[in-house]
Design a protein around this ligand. Structure first.
Ligand code: ADP
Ligand code: TRP
Length: 327
């Protein structure tokens, strides 16, 4: 079975962008692939140097992962900082990563612009740590959202370069993986392009029905369809994107027809979206509460996940040391 690895930084609660864009793919992939998922707590230090309570944030995301349906028996979940082998590979990869190419990564440039007083070396080498996360398991596929494409290109470069420099065929080049035919971007409901923590426009998996409904009902719209079969403006298309991901095909068709014959009432559309999102989120929210209450279970799952990740990383590192010349 092909190996799959992916991670998310514990910088806040999971929202519908994370869920539909990434975590739902993780859940679907665990049946068909040899999966491992992790919580990238070291990576979060690149932007949050003084985490409030990093252990608690990791537990929070762990409970949310599990509530979404990741089964730790089939797909171990671990916390990045529990597997120190990653650091050794990070060091080896950094020796063959060049300043120019790291400086050109868009996410580095963006974050450097956002935090000009803290352009730290960790931020610069974010992609080599990410490459180490992936290559330590010699993973073939990595389910991530569209914003990670350049980091993935760096991970492939690290693999290729290692193989080339040492004259081996050791690391496979990891490929981005989208469960549906292309990367999904979950829009914001405030008229902005994407739902995201830093955009402040998220519907969270922890939100209750009332909060979700309120957020959906407040979504930006326009004055309504003017001509039959016209193209939808972006804010309206965003609402239809939610119908596509959260509602049935019939429901989508129903509202699509209403749009096309100019009888669509946005209030009805929003009520439908809110109801369908609540139906998806409510059972997840319940499971988040159940898992969150059982810290002993969460800690055991993380410990067992780390043991399995360490086993896989140790085997890789043994080979890497030998290849580099440490015998
Ligand atoms: P945020 O943008 O809220 O900080 P992260 O950057 O931590 O979220 O993203 C974690 C994962 O969720 C990544 O794989 C990312 O591509 C995916 N993701 C986040 N927001 C969205 C979105 N609006 N649509 C699709 N995928 C998303
Ligand atoms: N950079 C990813 C994000 O911001 C998180 C991440 C860290 C990751 N290491 C990874 C994703 C390895 C996939 C594989 O979402």
């Amino acid at each position: 079975m092909e190996k799959v690895v992916s991670g998310i930084r514990p910088t806040g609660n999971l929202h519908l962008g994370n869920y539909f864009g990434a975590v739902r793919s993780f859940v679907q992939m665990q049946d068909e692939y040899d999966c491992m998922f992790f919580i990238a707590d070291w990576h979060s230090l690149t932007t949050h140097p003084k985490p409030e309570n990093i252990q608690q944030s990791a537990r929070t995301i762990l409970a949310e992962y599990l509530a979404c349906g990741i089964d730790p028996q089939r797909a171990p979940i671990y916390v990045q900082s529990d597997v120190k082998e990653t650091l050794e590979l990070y060091l080896f990869l950094n020796m063959n990563a060049y300043l120019g190419e790291l400086e050109r990564v868009t996410t580095f440039k963006e974050k450097a612009r956002k935090q000009p007083d803290n352009v730290n070396a960790g931020l610069l080498t974010y992609p080599t740590l990410m490459a180490a996360d992936i290559l330590q398991h010699r993973a073939a596929k990595v389910p991530v959202g569209k914003d990670q494409e350049q980091n993935m290109e760096m991970a492939r470069k690290c693999a290729r370069r290692f193989n080339h420099i040492y004259g081996v065929d050791f690391f496979p080049e990891p490929q981005n993986f989208y469960f549906s035919e292309k990367a999904l971007k979950v829009p914001g409901l405030d008229g902005s392009g994407k739902m995201g923590k830093s955009e402040g426009n998220c519907i969270y998996l922890r939100d209750d029905d009332k909060t979700i409904t309120k957020k959906v009902m407040k979504a930006v719209t326009d004055s309504g369809p003017q001509e039959p079969n016209s193209q939808r403006p972006e804010v309206i298309e965003n609402l239809f994107t939610f119908l596509r991901i959260a509602s049935s095909e019939d429901t989508y068709q129903y509202f699509d027809e209403k749009w096309n014959d100019c009888t669509l009432r946005y209030g009805d559309l929003k009520k439908q979206i809110a109801a369908d999102l609540c139906a998806i989120v409510a059972p997840i929210r319940q499971r988040i509460e159940d898992y969150s209450a059982d810290t002993a279970l969460l800690d055991r799952i993380a410990r067992e996940g780390a043991d399995r990740a360490r086993e896989s990383a140790t085997a890789t590192l043994r080979e890497v040391r030998r290849i580099v010349g440490f015998r």
